[in-house]
Design a protein around this ligand. Sequence first.
Ligand code: MF3
Ligand code: CO
Ligand code: CO
Length: 246
Amino acid sequence: MIVKNDKDREGMRAASRVVKAALDAAEAYIRPGVTTLDIDAVVEETIRKLGAIPSEKGFHGYPNASCVSVNDVVVHGIPSLQVVKSGDIVSVDITALLNGYQGDAARTFAVGEVSEADMKLIKAAENAFYAGMEYAKAGNRVGDISSAIQLYSEINGYGVVRALTGHGIGRQMHEPPEVPNFGKKHTGPTLKNGLCIAVEPMITRGDWRVYCASDKWTIKTSDGSNAAHYENTVIITDGAPEILTL
Ligand code: MF3
Ligand code: CO
Ligand code: CO
């Protein structure tokens, strides 16, 4: 969506605030011994209490309010009776619909005591997002964001997942353009003032290759390496981007 007026802009902000509140609730709740389904319940309750709809539920048949992806699961982990334990890293990806507007964000959280390598991985996913933000400005092109994310990640020794991308967002969860986390500078669609996009690096401690598990949702690294995900909903402007899900 290209936000052209205050109503749209405020709508995107409000939906994004719900997503951030649900991420915060999940972060506060996560500890060794809880199941991924328990985490999902906290997310759903938070979204509904704020008068919003968990829009992942039912999206192409997806069964839950959130995606909860542990260790080598990159994204789209289906909440289950899996118990998280100290040393795990858990990515939570949430989309909420409020008054016709979608917000979308993800974070990777550490459970208990996590290895230094995994803590660095989590921070690198966030840093890769901000590397992309340096180029998230009207007049630049999508490939400028993509290449910055890829460069930051690969220089630091991480694999950049290619099978899934960021995306435009607005009244629909997924709108054009696609925002890949790899690519070449000066290529792709030109960023316009008011364009809303979800930018979401997914990086691994190993190779970029992934596969989809037999449940048709769970995306795992092919080499079994752990992965991290960091996503925000962003509005492009003529200056610094407005990051809505912080
Ligand atoms: N929130 C995801 C994204 O970043 C989409 C989730 S897929 C769903 O684009 F099926 F869970 F909805
Ligand atoms: Co998401
Ligand atoms: Co997204």
